[in-house]
Design a protein around this ligand. Sequence first.
Ligand code: LLP
Length: 449
Amino acid sequence: MRTGFFNEREQIMNENFICENINVNEEGHLTFAGLDTSDLAATFQTPVYLMDEERIRVNCRAYTEAFKEHFGGESRPLYASKANSFKYIYKIMKEEGMGIDVVSGGEILCAYKAGYDLSKAFFHSNNKTDADIAFAMDLGIGHFVVDGFEELYAIEEEAARRDMVQDILLRITPGIDPHTYVQVNTGTVDSKFGTAIETGQADEIIEAALGLPHIHLNGFHCHVGSQVFAEDVFERAAVVMVKYIAHINRKYGYLAPILNMGGGFGVRYVDTDPYLDVSKKIADLAEAIHATCEREGIPVPTIIMEPGRSIVADAGMTLYTVGSVKRIPYYKNYVSVDGGMSDNPRYALYGSKYTCYTANRMNEERDMNCNVVGRCCESGDIIQRDVQLPSDTQRGDIVAVCTTGAYNYSMASNYNKIPMPPIVMITDGQAKEVVRRQTFEDLISLDVD
Ligand code: LLP
């Protein structure tokens, strides 16, 4: 169990729940961040994404404090905003002293409009268009994380046109298998991301970058994958990268000032997932980096990481209203809710696990096996298979899906022209919409009559 509680609320936490910020009140209702989820569903309607501001801040501080302790100097964590991007979250990141990583013009604009200082932002993507590059420079992006040769030359050209020098990192593929699901594996040599060490292409792109007058190469980046639990994956990646920095120093006399180790720490979605202690993981990583730098005889670079999921996942919960409970004797039970793959496509895409509850029947026995399914017109629209819910679950009940703070809102779609839910932020016991619900009018507002 995590230590270092942020307030008393969590100290009375029942350890049987998947996240520390959920509990049950006297009425037998599930609570989230101290508030009754049935009340929240009544006030804001469903489906609704809930977010716990305090939990986001606690998660940020686990990183900022561990970085201060184990690396110091300019080393810092960035929030990978692809996990969940909306204006309010960039305000939190600013207040928590977090850098950010962004992957598109949309994320850049959102952060900018939230008043986030983009000189602290790192711009990723394996295919930045000329328009993206110009837009990012217009708004003063700090670093581009360059994925390949074409992008490198496109940035050089645009920077030359503006008579400026652009800071970049080069994304290097270290050849490490993170042992996670294939859709989020990026560390191996055959990845679409980055330039591989193994093929010699990484050396070539570094040599090219060092020769460009409008490019300032500020170091290297790698990201091996997401939802990573396997032992020492990050340490092994760090050893490869530090040795590589030393190799490039010997070969070109270039000593990389920054090493960005990407994101990827796994989070608990179900009881069988392990709990990763971020402070401990960062301590282990720091040890591997310090030891390898010493062996290679190079100074420890400024270390950056860019966690997304582990900052926001357990700060989120989605509430739905049950529309029907279909029982097919001897076969299956279906609990249909008023959202689905349009607000959470992760089961459909990756078979991702989630913990679900009937939020207003928490004191009842969970004696019905069912699939919790959405309202979209396809059979693959499943939130979770083989869930245990109370057999009295019926139309009008509230189903809560836990740990939905990462890659749910950010991956939502308007499939079947279903409006996206609002995001309700809970701060000090007060709930308020920070992203409003889409309306039908919003959905047709781009159509030209
Ligand atoms: N940095 C880079 C370069 C990345 O590509 C990613 C995630 C991160 C940082 C953040 O990784 P995290 O700490 O969140 O694991 N949609 C998938 C996840 C895709 C992750 C893509 N890159 C899912 O829902 O599981």
